[in-house]
Design a protein around this ligand. Structure first.
Ligand SMILES: [Cu+2]
Length: 595
């Protein structure tokens, strides 16, 4: 059923209970950055998983530790692509994007953050709830535009709330507020992040937890567990060097925004992530890879991981000792705390993929799982990495079986795209569809569509998909020895083929893995398919921060004729007009891809 924007708003606000969850700004005045930091200040965001996981949204009664498949009158067997619970609830959040100085690993640096913390506050909702988020930018000093993208959220007929500058909105000017509205039509784990320049990796991100049923039972939900790489210079400062010279070595990594710097006697700075578990209890962790350029292998010494969801898609549970997670991906895992007889403390390890990530602290991005009353330094030994781990590959397609089986039909549109790198005449530019994206902040695609523009420049990276509810296939290939996490907005895609070397022509159509981010292997191929059931301008891009800046992106204009009626032009202009004025007065120059 088509749902116009007006109908959506009417549905969202008529008779809906508005829960006011004012996330008041928590930035102490003394932490507001007034210049380049000169010394080490204590981090105020050091915390454990326990304190960040206090859902403010009550789960459906009946979704008990031994009945996680149940969800009110629905269940894990409900086809969420066609049925969404009518909760009658709208949750309202207030996000403030600020410049602050913090020291997540003991080294103080200026960052940008949502409500003053890294990660920002977790956005909780129940499956079927409407969510309204008022985002205000306070980036006057940095003179940055801003936006928030709700990664993985389908934005079903709500494309304008996708938060991508140059595509669905203009940048939000400092001092301005923009309100995003969408419905949680799926459930599981995701995250939100800025979608302009490298701002997400300056710290503008946080978790999204949509409560719903699950494919396996567990006792306690520990909430989001973010895996980040980290630098001591800002990523904006590093971009020019990276752009001219290629990959740089990162300084450190963070687990939920905290880690130490240096090992042994040198590890006097920062603090480790710690997580208390009780023997005999099972815990759900929601892993998110929010790194700018690191593929992680995640493990907990002596413990096995039961994987129950990939991105926002529940899967048939499988167990593994090592879980590989690419940038932008999420995995929900259950950890059985059953090793107290072996030791009281175990290392939790996030290990950068050796062939695709450089990090000075590669063997020190670790937290502590402890059974005792307080964490101690563990002396446990990690699992042995395989070549798939060091080569930054996805988990095996045969392990990633969606619980709700969906087969894939033959396509009406089927196109190959080669990924290449253009740096013959200076800085690096990534190309896909034989073009490197370059679109402008002040002229978003949705505004152009509203004004009936039909022709787009080559560097807009536009691919038109005029088909209604048909399957389209996209083959992405590369001959270069670099892996890329490919992310599509507005859809879960099906992974029809994925591998290294030459493609043998096979297409997996029988319930293939379904998710929103998948790895293109080095010197390999990735065949994706999705159905054109969501009109809008949807970005597809590499989730390596440097690469999207260097133009590695396409935009699909899905069902052009159905988009205009979904656009609230006044709302679009309410962000664009202040941006235009700010852009002119502050004399802003855009040097990147625009997304
Ligand atoms: Cu890339």
């Amino acid at each position: 059923m088509k749902l116009s924007r007006l109908a959506f708003l009417a549905q969202a606000f008529s008779a809906a209970t508005v829960y006011s969850q004012s996330l008041t700004r928590v930035i102490p005045n003394w932490l507001i950055s007034t210049g380049i930091p000169t010394g080490i200040i204590p981090s105020f965001v050091t915390r454990t998983q326990d304190s960040s996981a206090s859902p403010s949204v009550t789960a459906c009664p009946g979704n008990a530790p031994n009945k996680r498949a149940v969800w009110c009158n629905y269940s894990i067997d409900t086809d969420y692509e066609n049925v969404v619970p009518d909760t009658g609830k709208t949750l309202e959040y207030w996000f403030d994007i600020d410049e602050v100085t913090i020291s997540p690993d003991g080294f103080a640096r200026p960052v940008m953050a949502v409500n003053g913390t890294i990660p920002g506050p977790t956005l909780y909702a129940n499956w079927g709830d409407y969510v309204v988020i008022h985002v205000t930018s306070h980036l006057e000093r940095a003179r940055n535009g801003s936006s928030i993208h709700w990664h993985g959220m389908r934005q079903n007929y709500t494309n304008q709330n996708d938060g991508v500058v140059s595509v669905t909105q203009c940048p939000l000017a400092p001092g301005q507020t923009m309100t995003y509205r969408w419905r949680a039509v799926q459930y599981g784990s995701s995250w939100y992040h800025s979608h302009i320049g490298l701002q997400a990796w300056e710290g503008v991100f946080g978790g999204i937890v949509i409560n719903g049923p699950a494919t396996a039972n567990y006792d306690i939900d520990k909430g989001s567990l973010f895996l980040n790489d980290w630098t001591h210079a800002t990523v904006d400062e590093l971009y020019e060097f990276q752009h001219q010279n290629g990959p740089i070595t990162l300084d450190n990594g963070l687990l939920n925004g905290t880690n130490v710097l240096g090992t042994g006697a040198n590890s006097t700075k920062g603090s480790r992530f710690t997580m208390k578990m009780n023997q005999g209890t099972s815990y759900r962790l929601r892993l998110v890879n929010a790194a700018i350029d690191t593929h992680w292998s995640f493990m907990i010494d002596n413990h096995s991981l039961t994987v129950i969801a990939m991105d926002l898609v529940p899967i048939k549970p499988f167990t593994t000792d090592i879980l590989r997670i690419g940038m932008g991906q999420r995995y929900d895992i259950i950890v059985e705390a059953n090793q107290a007889s072996i030791a009281e403390n175990f290392w939790i390890r996030a290990i950068p993929g050796a062939s695709c990530a450089l990090n000075y602290e590669a063997t020190n991005i670790e937290g502590i799982l402890y059974y005792g009353s307080a964490p101690q330094t563990p002396n446990t030994v990690g699992y042995t990495l395989t070549s798939s781990d060091t080569d930054c590959l996805d988990m095996s397609m045969t392990d990633l079986v969606p619980y709700l089986a969906k087969d894939v039909a033959a396509p009406v549109w089927n196109k190959p795209e080669n990924v290449s790198l253009n740096h013959l005449t200076g800085p690096f530019f990534w190309e896909m569809n034989s073009t490197s994206m370059k679109i402008s902040w002040e002229n978003p695609t949705l505004g152009q569509i509203y004004n009936n523009k039909m022709n787009f420049t080559a560097s807009s990276g536009v691919i038109e998909l005029p088909f209604e509810d048909e399957w389209v296939y996209l083959m992405i290939k590369t001959t270069l020895p670099v892996t890329h996490p490919i992310h599509l907005h507005g859809h879960d895609f099906s992974i029809l083929a994925q591998g290294t070397g030459s493609y043998n022509g096979s297409v997996m159509t029988n319930n293939p893995p379904r998710r929103d981010t998948a790895m293109l292997p080095a010197m390999g191929y990735l065949l994706l398919g999705w159905q054109t059931n969501n009109p809008g301008a949807w970005l597809m891009h590499c989730h390596i921060g440097w690469h999207i800046e260097e133009g590695f992106a396409l935009q699909f204009i899905e069902r052009y004729d159905d988009i205009k009626s979904l656009i609230d032009y006044n709302e679009l202009q309410s962000v664009c007009e202040p941006w235009d004025a700010y852009d002119t007065s502050a004399n802003i120059t855009q040097i990147d891809s625009g997304v």
